[in-house]
Design a protein around this ligand. Sequence first.
Ligand code: ZN
Length: 216
Amino acid sequence: MSTQENYNNPSPNRSPAEDSQLPQVFNGVDPATRLQIAGQLIISAAKTENSSRQGLLKTPERFSKAMNFLLSGYESTPEKIVGDGLFPAEGRGLVSVNKAEFYSLCEHHMLPFWGNVSVAYYPSEKIIGLSKIPRVIDLFARRLQVQERMTQNIADALFALVKPRAIVVRIAGQHLCMMMRGVEKQNSFTRSEAAIGLELLTNLEQQRLFSAIEER
Ligand SMILES: [Zn+2]
């Protein structure tokens, strides 16, 4: 299934078929409790000297709540988030939002990656309320992600809603799975970009679109 097909239908209610892939002990167990069990299992796997010490007693419950929040982006869609935050364009000038921060979880290691997202677009008929762009970013950031897909998701969703002449989205991210483990590179930024509609712009407009999201 392509990202265009599924980003808007994240199916928060898992199908019985997906549930059947879990160990039987999870049958009929609600997601919050499953996350608590996962927290307990991590603590037991850590072989800590005393897993019943005070500081760890409520950790499975806290872990469950934290993960539930970090994965809450499956509970809505860009349409619902943006709601009536679309307005008639009163000009054709370039619009940009720079360095909106985000926090996400990489789907390969479930470790955080974070950074900032810049968006620029040339409106056609509509513009989007500026506060809605960070909300769309958070919607996709609070899912299990890879940075490249998140970049494309944001561009696709904004393009579908705003129908601009062209849009570009750039993300600069730092990944704990590269910093704490693996290659252990502390200062590398991962950059990713998604652009739609460039072919409809003049060369000058293309240049202006990209320079609007350049890191300064
Ligand atoms: Zn990773």
